[in-house]
Design a binder for this molecule. Structure first.
Ligand code: SF4
Length: 375
């Protein structure tokens, strides 16, 4: 662990001695005045609904607040509580989720709702341990729900909090190795617990740091003059704010290539469902080749679906690109059409183009269809 002198001092502060400044109190006072209004957040002082906290935290994994807002409202209107969501079909949940990406989250969301309804009588467990035993809830999400919904004294550390803490304490160690030390330093920012009570304003402390990272301690040009912790920030004192958090160079996966086939029958499009397991499991797609590194166009085109009476394939200009977590993808798009009443090959089906918005089409397939059906 490589920490600057002051950060080392702070680490020992968290180990027992008295804190030199009252950062937790400054943070909470700032939060009381400047908290963000978010669809899943109740007004100050009102009870937090664990269902809303859980739903928002699952949606916010790998997705920004702006994108999540409308999805959250849509889900809540349709399934106002965990019992309603548990009673929904997985297909409906996947359909509503389409566009949010990382679809295993939607499957786990449904599985988790079923587990809470069946095994916990519809009430979320109120400890990190209990929450972690549920599908789709890892250490960060368990800590976030425990703190925000139940005021358990724990600090969930997301990207915003990592940034604020690494600047505040000038943590020199790069991510991801720095995670444990950042976690420890972040926990020193929790407000004091009430005597004899494990609970505190932990949820507000965590949300204060999240808000600070989102609105003031931003990746570029942090607004340090507005920051409640600016007098005690090491990176600010050094003028090195934007260099934190330190990061190791990212490795991106090898480019994979493939082809996607956009076949129309009048106003209908040929689609299939991806296998349940694996990337984009259970989602809808147009037929396509395998996605492989170094695959050439000829090899990809050979994997086109076979249909009676199909017109020659037309290769659309350009390619559709998409970046998954572990690899970038480049797809050549081929279009064709078949006569009315042509049967779909086994495992495929025709769907009216007009109903595509209601299909569980992942983002990459939305791009493919838009390119294939566009002029
Ligand atoms: S003073 Fe600036 S760099 Fe330091 S925590 Fe506040 S906003 Fe971030």
């Amino acid at each position: 662990m490589t920490l600057s002198g002051a950060a080392r001092k702070e680490t020992s502060v968290t180990d027992g001695a008295a804190a030199s400044t009252d950062r937790p109190a400054l943070l909470l006072a700032w939060y009381d005045r400047h908290r963000r209004r978010l669809p899943w957040r109740p007004p100050a002082g009102e009870r937090t609904d664990p269902y809303r906290v859980w739903l928002s935290e699952i949606m916010l994994q790998q997705t920004g607040v702006k994108t999540v807002g409308p999805y959250f409202e849509k889900f809540l209107a349709r399934w106002p509580d965990v019992a309603a969501l548990a009673g929904a079909s997985l297909d409906d949940v996947l359909r509503m989720w389409a566009g949010l990406g990382y679809y295993s989250r939607a499957r786990n969301l449904h599985a988790c709702a079923v587990a809470v309804a069946r095994e916990h009588g519809g009430a979320f467990p109120d400890t990190e341990e209990g929450l972690r035993a549920l599908p789709g809830i890892g250490p960060y999400t368990a800590a976030a729900i425990a703190a925000i919904a139940f005021d358990r004294r724990t600090m969930p550390v997301d990207g915003n909090i990592e940034r604020v803490v690494s600047r505040l304490f000038a943590v020199e160690e790069p991510l991801p190795q720095a995670k444990p030390v950042i976690q420890q330093l972040a926990a020193s920012l929790l407000g004091p617990s009430r005597a004899g009570d494990e609970k505190s304003r932990a949820g507000d402390s965590a949300q204060a740091l999240m808000d600070l990272g989102a609105s003031i301690c931003t990746p570029k040009k942090p607004a340090c003059s507005l920051c409640p912790l600016n007098e005690d920030c090491m990176a600010r004192a050094q003028g090195t704010q934007e260099t934190f958090p330190r990061k190791l160079a990212k490795k991106t996966g090898e480019l994979r290539r493939g082809a996607a086939f956009v076949v129309t029958r009048g106003d209908e499009l040929l689609v299939r469902t991806r296998p349940e397991k694996g990337l984009l499991g259970g989602m809808t797609e147009v037929p396509g080749s395998e996605w492989r590194a170094g695959q050439d166009d000829k090899a990809a085109l050979k994997q086109a679906p076979e249909l009676k009476g199909i017109a020659p394939w037309h290769r659309k200009a350009g390619v559709v690109t998409h970046v998954f977590t572990h690899f970038p993808l480049e797809l050549a798009i081929y279009t064709s059409s078949v006569p009315a009443r042509t049967r779909a090959p086994e495992g495929m089906r025709w769907v009216p183009v007009a109903t595509l918005p209601g299909e569980a089409l992942p983002n990459v397939m939305r791009k493919v269809v838009a390119h294939g059906l566009g002029e």
